[in-house]
Design a protein around this ligand. Structure first.
Ligand SMILES: [Zn+2]
Length: 294
């Protein structure tokens, strides 16, 4: 009996996108589960390109993980290498966009957030309402883009609660989906998230590298590999705060993905039966007043 069980063990390693066991109702997710579907996710907004991103999705739906006050570059910690870099593209795109460039990244893109003065969520409340009304999914990315593993229980709670308050003010909804900045998470943070009712922590299967200063051609190559992996599901990390993502990468990659057959959906959809409504209804949205500040 034991021998036959052991003989089965190697098979487990080949099961793709099996959800992790729930911990107090909370799951960590690294990939979509529905064949033929892809979830493009956009971190670090709101800034000024969210509408461009939504338009570039060409009728598809996306997911935005927001960190509301979006600190000034001088306030940001340097980015810890919490994950190994994604595999470099093995093959360049065969149909590059017309403004294709292979030049090295500009200094402004060489550091996460650098060169961008990201803005307060309350200054963009109408954009957030529009994204929600259009069917895109919105989640939390902490209040101050904090590395959760550096905080104690109360510090983690405050990072989450302030985002929840902003969501409740603007949408009347509390977010139940979360992405940790830098992909950095530990047991304590998972415990706090579970205690606050969160349902999913999202990592990713592919990183286009836009926040790490990678070139447009690098990002295109990541998408090219995905296009050639159809119909396997993917969960892609992008940033709505990087201009070239909305102006160059997506306008090339999205039509290619769609013509290959991929459905662009939000993360709650691509989990199939394992997904859920990503919010808790709290009440009616509020009206802007002097408390709507970061
Ligand atoms: Zn981020």
């Amino acid at each position: 009996m034991l021998g036959s069980l052991l003989a089965l063990l190697p098979v487990v390693g080949f099961v793709v996108a099996t959800p992790t066991p729930r911990q107090n109702g909370l799951q960590t997710i690294s990939n979509c589960e529905v064949s033929g579907q892809i979830a493009l996710t956009f971190d670090d907004g709101p800034y000024i390109y969210e509408t461009d991103v939504a338009n570039a999705l060409n009728g598809g739906l996306g997911t935005f993980f927001l960190n509301p006050p979006s600190q000034l570059p001088s306030q940001l910690p340097s980015q810890p290498p919490s994950k190994p870099p994604s595999q470099p593209p093995s093959q360049p795109p065969s149909q590059p966009p017309s403004n294709f460039t292979s030049s090295p990244p500009s200094p402004l893109r060489a550091n996460h957030h650098q060169g961008n003065n990201y803005e307060c969520i309350y200054d963009h409340y109408q954009t957030i309402r529009d994204l929600h009304a259009a069917g895109h999914t919105l989640g939390s990315h902490t209040w101050s883009h904090a590395d959760m593993t550096t905080l104690d229980y109360n510090g983690i709670s405050q990072e989450l609660e302030k985002v929840e308050t902003a969501f409740i003010n603007i949408l009347g909804l509390k977010p139940l989906y979360f992405r940790p900045p830098y992909g950095s998470i530990n047991d304590l943070a998972l415990q706090v998230l579970a205690d606050r009712g969160y349902k999913k922590v999202f990592l990713w299967s592919d990183d286009i590298g836009d926040a790490n200063g990678e070139s447009v051609s690098y990002s295109d190559g990541v998408y090219w590999n995905i296009i050639n992996d159809y119909p396997n599901p993917h969960l892609v990390l992008d940033h709505s705060t990087i201009q070239t993502t909305s102006s160059e990468v997506l306008p090339w990659a999205v039509p290619q993905l769609q013509s290959k057959g991929y459905q662009l959906v939000a993360v709650d959809t691509c989990l199939g039966a394992n997904g859920e409504w990503p919010y808790e209804w709290v009440g009616n949205p509020g009206n802007p007043d002097s408390s709507w500040t970061c």
